[in-house]
Design a protein around this ligand. Structure first.
Ligand code: 5AD
Length: 344
């Protein structure tokens, strides 16, 4: 197994069979070796500094009905909100004062936040914060809309493919959605010039090791600049309420594989990881993550943006969350980088 890990470390690619055996490997020493090589790769490239991205959850309205997601359209238990442009700008101001130089606008596919509205919002942020990166995570849009957001000043876009396998994708999503269109959106984003992020949920219902191998091969080909990976966590008011959560160990293992596959990728230690384990963030960083996305959303809406239950909250205020992060990072010998942290 160490030979396979060394090959991934040196060549950044494996065969499907090799990925498969790595994922199935239960040998503790081999898994520790994988993690050690991933951490070594991250340290060589980024040092002990972790980039921060201020996450602003701009809307929990969504026209989609993804079976895993707590803000799916047919969940009537959700109290819905959409942030105003002025509220979003004040979140950015607060974040900027704390040292954030990337703002991530994430939300459901909210039809009330039209393409015009999003374009204008990006324009305002770009004007007021010329030195900041603007990341959007707003789902599937027409190519022209992605282009307009980009022209207005957005730099990065996050859109997980969730699972590469078409049939599995179909089991996680309503019939109006399909994997081919998701991949089309990702290609548009890349072609337009966004730093593009994709990724998966680990342990989503029906996922097999072979599906994960397909995900690895897709990401190896697509070469996203950012890779988001977190465990699936059930939400009580979804069809997947009684499904088990994904495994932390498997999530960390995949994270390490992605790091070795793509040494310069921006890989967050996700909130989902932190939600399953109190030291999930630290474990993510030690497995090769180099990004954390603290929450800048107004406290009043935070509990309404519930994609899954038991979501970790690091204090109710942005400043509090940042202080805690500094402590967590210091505890493992790391620190925050306040740079914009573009992909290069
Ligand atoms: N568990 C874990 N992650 C989830 N997401 C959505 N619902 C869940 C869940 N129940 C993730 C998806 C989406 C991202 C914004 O949140 O991967 O792309």
């Amino acid at each position: 197994m160490e030979d396979i890990i060394d090959k991934l470390y040196n060549e950044h690619a494996l065969t499907a069979e090799e990925y498969r055996s790595l994922l199935l490997c239960q040998d503790a020493e081999a898994n520790a070796y994988l993690q050690q090589k991933a951490q070594q790769t991250t340290l060589a490239r980024f040092g002990n500094a972790v980039f921060i991205r201020g996450l602003i959850e701009i809307s929990n309205r969504c026209r989609n009905n993804c079976l895993y997601c707590g803000i799916r359209k047919s969940n009537t238990m959700v109290s819905r909100y959409s942030l105003s442009r002025e509220t979003i700008l004040s979140c950015c101001r607060e974040g900027y004062a704390l040292g954030f130089r990337t703002f991530v606008l994430q939300g459901g596919e909210d039809v009330s936040q039209t393409d015009d509205w999003i374009t204008e919002t990006v324009t305002c942020i770009r004007q007021e914060f010329p030195d900041c990166a603007i990341t959007l995570s707003l789902g599937e849009k027409p190519k022209e809309a992605y282009q307009r957001f980009f022209n207005a000043g957005a730099n990065r876009y996050l859109l997980r493919h969730e699972t590469f396998n078409e049939k599995h994708y179909g089991n996680l999503h309503p019939s109006e959605m399909n994997q081919a269109h998701r991949l089309q959106c990702l290609q548009w984003l890349k072609d337009i010039g966004y730093q593009t992020g994709t990724g998966i949920m680990v342990g989503s219902p029906g996922q097999t090791i072979d599906h994960l191998v397909e995900d690895l091969l897709f990401i190896e080909r697509f070469q996203p600049q950012m890779i988001g990976i977190g465990p699936f966590i059930p939400h009580a008011d979804t069809p997947f309420a009684d499904e088990p959560a994904g495994s932390i160990e498997l999530t960390l293992k995949l994270l390490s594989i992605f790091r070795l596959m793509h040494p310069s990728a921006l890989i967050p230690a996700t909130t989902a990881l932190a939600s399953l384990s109190p030291d999930g963030r630290e474990r993510g960083i030690l497995a090769g993550a180099n990004v954390v996305m603290p929450n800048l959303s107004p406290s009043s809406v935070r509990e309404k943006y519930t994609l899954y239950n038991h979501k970790a909250a690091f204090g109710s205020e942005a400043a509090e969350g940042l202080q805690l992060l500094v402590k967590q990072l210091n505890g493992i010998g790391y620190q925050i980088s306040y740079l914009r942290g573009d992909y290069n």
